[in-house]
Every structure is written in structure tokens, then in C-alpha cells.
Ligand binder design. Structure first.
Ligand SMILES: *Cc1c(COP(=O)(O)O)cnc(C)c1O
Length: 230
């Protein structure tokens, strides 16, 4: 199993660096291992292979795994929808919150980020094309959210995240990724410190990289099919 995980990770990293793309100014390309539904042993095996950044969808699930992995220096990303009543815990449990999508979360995360820790890294989640999904802000809300985040010393704005609609037509997916890159560039003009565009999953990460992603979130292609829904 360890060999399989290490081998899959190695192959993914090779595909990531071979993928074309014009995100060159934003390298290096980073792999986020999405470990929802996976247990602490699998995470430890992947960490032994060199993987440091792990993504979880639920605060409680992440906390349970972290308690079993305290001896490993891992970087934890929240990628699932964040409820306001979980913001205080999230500000402590994670190094990055990728799913900040409304103003209300900004002071909550800032207030609960421990003073002894570095500022919490945040990405603004954008609903680029998925009418059916309530997660993610509208593109025209990005600027106000970014200003609110950069007004908080306990938060550090790093960029944008998107989960485009599971659209079988890859041309449409490409358009969604390109629209995100345009939003990223517009934001970077006002906030030159941002450096992360998180988009692309197991099925479409090469396309996302080609359109400018420099952080891809991979679950299935790394761990194998999920046994239960995350
Ligand atoms: C589950 C999940 C992923 C990983 O999806 P795969 O298709 O298994 O690679 C990436 N991002 C988010 C937000 C997810 O919930």
C-alpha cells in the first residue's frame, strides 16, 4: 500500500510538471492530497513519501486525524464548506482555509486565530459557473472580500479557489478555469502579494494547470476510489 501511494504521488507530480501552462510566474506547482474519508495510516504513509499538504472537507474529521498524527509536521487545508459555527475551530485546526466565501467568516476566523501561530492563509472560494451550488462568492464579490481579509492582520490572503461544475464538456471546464485565471489576475493587480490559484482535481488537473492553476487538489487519483462519500 505504501509503495502504491508513493508511486501514485510520484506519477502525479511528473504529470503536473509536464502539463503545459501560463502560470509560470506563479510556480512552483503544488499538490494538495485530499484525504477526506482516508485514515491516519494512509496519511502517514503519504507523508513518509514526502507529501506535506493535506486537504480535508470537515473540521471534525480533520481534528480526529490530527490527534493521531501529532508527531508529523503537516500542512492542513480546509477545502469544504465552512459553517459559521465551525469558524473558531477551523482557525485553530488549519494552516489554510480555502473555502472563505462570505464576509461574515472574516472577523470570525481572524478573532480565533491563535496569536502564537502565523497568520491563517486564506483563499477566496469563487462560484465561477455552478448555478446549482451555494458555495463560493460571485466573481463581483471578490474585491470586497479581499479588502476585508487584508484588513485583518491575523489573516493572510493568498489567492483564489474554485470547484467548477462537474461539466462533462471539457471546453466548458476550460472556460471556467480561464475565467478564474482572469479573476486572479485582476485581484493580483490590487493585491500583488497573492500567489495561489487552487483549481483542478483528479479528472481535470492538467487542464487547470494549463489555464494557470498552481495548486491542484487530488483525492481519487492519489488514494484510489472513495469507499464512502466525503
Ligand atoms: C473531494 C474534493 C477534491 C478531490 O476530488 P478528486 O476528484 O477525488 O480528486 C478536491 N477539491 C474538493 C473541494 C473536494 O471536495
Amino acid at each position: 500500500m505504501n509503495d502504491t501511494l508513493a508511486g501514485r504521488r510520484h506519477a502525479l507530480l511528473a504529470r503536473m510538471s509536464a502539463a503545459g501552462g501560463h502560470g509560470a510566474g506563479m510556480s512552483p506547482r503544488r499538490l494538495l492530497a485530499v484525504s477526506k474519508t482516508r485514515d491516519a495510516d494512509e496519511i502517514a504513509a503519504l507523508a513518509a513519501a514526502g507529501q506535506r499538504a493535506f486537504g480535508e472537507n470537515y473540521v471534525q474529521e480533520a481534528l480526529a486525524k490530527q490527534r493521531q498524527l501529532t508527531d508529523l509536521a503537516l500542512e492542513w487545508h480546509l477545502i469544504g464548506h465552512l459553517q459559521s459555527n465551525k469558524a473558531a475551530q477551523a482557525a485553530v485546526a488549519f494552516d489554510w482555509v480555502q473555502s472563505l466565501d462570505r464576509i461574515k467568516l472574516v472577523p470570525l476566523l481572524a478573532r480565533h486565530r491563535p496569536a502564537a501561530r502565523p497568520p491563517l492563509n486564506v483563499l477566496i472560494q469563487v462560484n465561477i459557473d455552478d448555478e446549482a451550488s451555494k458555495a463560493g462568492c460571485r466573481p463581483d464579490e471578490i474585491a470586497a472580500l479581499a479588502d476585508a481579509i487584508t484588513g485583518e492582520p491575523r489573516l493572510r490572503l493568498r489567492g483564489l479557489m474554485a470547484i467548477p461544475a462537474p461539466e462533462p464538456d471539457m471546453t466548458r471546464r476550460r472556460h471556467a478555469f480561464a475565467a478564474m485565471k482572469a479573476s486572479f489576475d485582476a485581484l493580483a493587480a490590487r493585491h500583488p502579494g497573492i500567489d495561489t490559484l487552487s483549481m483542478g482535481m483528479s479528472e481535470d488537473f492538467e487542464l487547470a494547470i494549463a489555464e494557470g492553476a498552481n495548486l491542484v487538489r487530488i483525492g481519487t487519483a492519489l488514494f484510489g476510489p472513495r469507499l464512502r462519500m466525503g
